[in-house]
Design a protein around this ligand. Structure first.
Ligand SMILES: [Zn+2]
Length: 292
């Protein structure tokens, strides 16, 4: 398909070129409909990236708790080289996560919290996990207003902060509606944000709530104290996300500056996590097209 005019017909081969970065022969095409040229590279995820040899390492380092600058130092490349890849990996990983279509019957969901730049600007991360497999089904980010004694200070310093929790939860439930079976069971904590939203989107699902518990000292505050945890699969996944995305670990000086990059990293980790669950020994994000 032509990446410029999206026409499928009237495409002819027009020679090839040798890619300088790795010496690979790349086929060129010409679209007779719009007259423009393109190649098998045009819509690929590494279009015009030159250091292809580092892609695999960057992907794994990012999914294993390394900071952007950390990756850049280890691989001896410019931080911008890493940043450029995060956006592209993010697009591919999101596409992959959203393309999951099999029906799930037991879903656990909750929200994690983090912040952009300062604790005065908190963010919520709605997260849904399949209970049986611990596969990440959905992850998103939304702004929320500061709570407690920070609320006043935040308002004074940064003005009114619009709460996007409802919007983010809407996206979560819309996605769950698409992939869960009509008589599914949902598990969550007793947050008052959920019941109304669930009633709005689902008529027949069963919603079971459990009281939130005090966190154990280990496990990033996500693992809970005392015996059996009914929301274990979600809390465990949340703890893994916190541990494996550098900026989400507790007491770190790495912070989120742009919400979009946080979302990219969440998608990258989700991709890695799901591939590991599927038993893929060498999770790889390649062979993916970035165009729509
Ligand atoms: Zn065309």
């Amino acid at each position: 398909m032509c990446p410029h005019c999206h026409f499928n017909t009237d495409i002819v081969k027009r020679g090839f070129y040798i890619r300088a970065s790795d010496g690979l022969k790349i086929q060129r095409f010409n679209c007779r409909n719009c007259g423009r040229d393109f190649s098998t590279q045009t819509s690929s995820f590494d279009y015009r990236l030159r250091k292809r040899r580092i892609n695999q390492s960057v992907f794994r380092m990012l999914a294993k708790g390394m900071s952007q600058k950390g990756c850049a130092h280890v691989l001896a490349v410019d931080p911008q080289t890493i940043a450029r890849r995060i956006t592209r990996f993010g697009i591919c990983a999101k596409k992959h996560l959203r393309s999951f279509t099999s029906t799930v019957s037991e879903v656990v969901f909750d929200e994690m919290e983090t912040f952009e730049h300062t604790k005065l600007k908190p963010l919520t991360i709605p997260l849904a996990v399949e209970k049986r497999t611990r596969r990440i089904l959905f992850v998103d980010v939304g702004k929320i207003a500061a709570k407690g004694h920070l609320a006043q200070i935040s308002k004074k310093k940064y003005g009114f902060r619009k709460c996007e929790r409802k919007k983010a939860l809407n996206r979560l439930f819309r996605h769950l509606k698409r992939i869960s079976c009509p008589h599914a069971t949902f598990f969550s904590d007793e947050s008052h944000h959920y019941p109304n939203q669930i009633r709005r989107y689902f008529k027949q699902v069963k919603h079971m709530t459990f009281k939130g518990r005090k966190s154990a000292i280990i496990g990033q505050g996500e693992m809970k104290k005392g015996g059996f945890d009914p929301l274990f699969c979600l809390n465990q996944t949340a703890a893994m996300i916190r541990d494996n995305i550098k900026r989400l670990t507790r007491r770190t000086w790495c912070t989120t500056k742009k919400i979009e990059r946080l979302l990219d990293l969440l998608h990258i980790y989700s991709f890695y996590h799901n591939q590991r669950i599927d038993g893929v020994k060498r999770p790889s994000i390649f062979n993916c097209s970035v165009s729509n």
